[in-house]
Write a protein that binds this ligand. Structure first.
Ligand SMILES: [Zn+2]
Length: 390
């Protein structure tokens, strides 16, 4: 009898792994935030081919069952009037070039109908999300132009505030010196304009005041493209319970960020100790690499085994998804990895090839196939459709 138990156990484990893989591949998986375009401008990696660095390429995307990617168009706050919009367009150009080189693997889509068509054709549906209101340089016509090129969400602020919306960082650390708080009248006009154009309003990165001003202004459901749960990790980039409830009332969706620093409340302290230990080494690297690169080398290639110990377990990432489902229901959570935009992710989450592990973890928690469909992409699809009308 005992002899039979082990093969039986192995057989049932194999069956459940097969089941997870099948459910994962059948579902439409939409990741609402990936920063590879801004890093690719520096690395010049050919994303059509498998890469040994970074988190994204079309080969690994296929392996991970990724059906749609919203590519983040991002530049830092040193870009502003006269430079930020141009930088945004340069990144969009690089996405267009990637699509042109790989027409059988990836296609630009602008609504949920086109997204479904791409899935049927077994191509990765590419969408554009512009991360940071500073990239519109306070001009409505720049919004029109970006929307024409495919922008399907605008993250109203990045860490830096704009003249019309305050960011999460500034609402916390510059509280007393802000010229305005929340959305100005012009900010409200921008939200209305985005609604009219069918561009989703992204509330990741905005301050709490801006967040509530947006919900009072928008007539479409919003998206938080890459944020986690504040009650698990009190980081200003994560959403508080009241924000999550308000977002559910709006019909929106919060897409969970994989970044270790947003997932795990102990990560920041651990990483500070790590940096201090290797300060001399990191400082000397800083002379060779620019700031953008430094973030990636800090914990990825330098002292790999030790850096890996800073990473939270995958179960902690799933805890954020599960918390949101229990608080506001199954219809308001999605996936917004922040791959290629952060230096560290939970153990096992090394690239876009690893999404099936999320599905396997959700099955362990007894989520049904229907639930998993919604989490992986169904909820984002609903919000996209509500915004674009198709
Ligand atoms: Zn971001």
């Amino acid at each position: 009898m005992k002899k039979l138990l082990l093969p039986l156990l192995l057989f049932s484990l194999k069956l459940s792994a097969q089941n997870a893989q099948q459910i994962h591949q059948r579902a439409i998986l939409i990741d609402t935030h990936n920063d590879v375009l801004s890093t690719q401008l520096i690395t010049k990696n050919d994303l059509g081919k498998r890469q040994s660095t970074g988190n994204f390429d079309l080969v690994r995307a296929k392996e991970g069952g990724l059906d749609a990617q919203i590519f983040s168009i991002w530049c830092g706050e040193k870009y502003g009037k006269g430079t930020a919009f141009a930088q945004a367009n340069q990144e969009i150009d690089s996405l267009y070039a990637l699509i042109k080189r790989n027409p059988d693997k990836i296609v630009l889509v602008r609504n949920s109908a086109e997204l479904k068509k791409a899935v049927d054709q077994k191509k990765l549906a590419a969408l554009i999300g512009v991360e940071g209101g500073h990239m519109i340089e306070d001009r409505m016509d720049y919004i029109d132009s970006l929307a024409k090129r495919g922008m399907r969400y605008l993250t109203l602020t990045w860490n830096n505030s704009t003249s019309w919306a305050t960011s999460a960082r500034d609402e916390v650390i510059k509280k007393d010196s802000l010229k305005h708080l929340g959305l100005t009248d012009y900010g409200k006009q921008i939200v209305h304009h985005l609604n009219e154009l069918g561009v989703m309003v992204d509330v990741s990165h905005v301050g709490e005041r801006t967040f509530y001003d947006v919900l009072a202004t928008t007539n479409k459901p919003v998206i938080a493209s890459h944020s986690c749960v504040y009650n698990i990790n009190p980081n200003r980039r994560n959403l508080k319970d009241d924000q999550l409830k308000a977002l559910a009332k709006n019909g929106g969706v919060v897409c969970v960020n994989f970044y270790s620093g947003f997932v795990d409340s102990t990560y920041a302290a651990k990483v500070t100790t790590f940096y201090l230990k290797y300060k001399t080494e990191i400082d000397s690297l800083g002379k060779v690499y620019n700031d953008a690169d430094l973030g990636f080398i800090k914990t990825s290639s330098l002292h790999q085994a030790e850096a890996d110990k800073l990473r939270p377990p995958l179960s902690m990432l799933i805890q954020h998804i599960d918390y949101i489902v229990k608080l506001i229901g199954i219809d308001h959570v999605g996936i917004g990895s922040d791959f290629d935009g952060s230096e560290s992710f939970p153990l096992g989450m090394d690239s876009v090839a690893d999404y099936p592990k999320v599905t396997a973890e959700l099955l362990k928690l007894n989520y049904t196939e229907k639930d998993i469909d919604k989490i992986l992409g169904g909820n984002v699809m609903r919000v996209l459709k509500a915004n674009t009308g198709k």
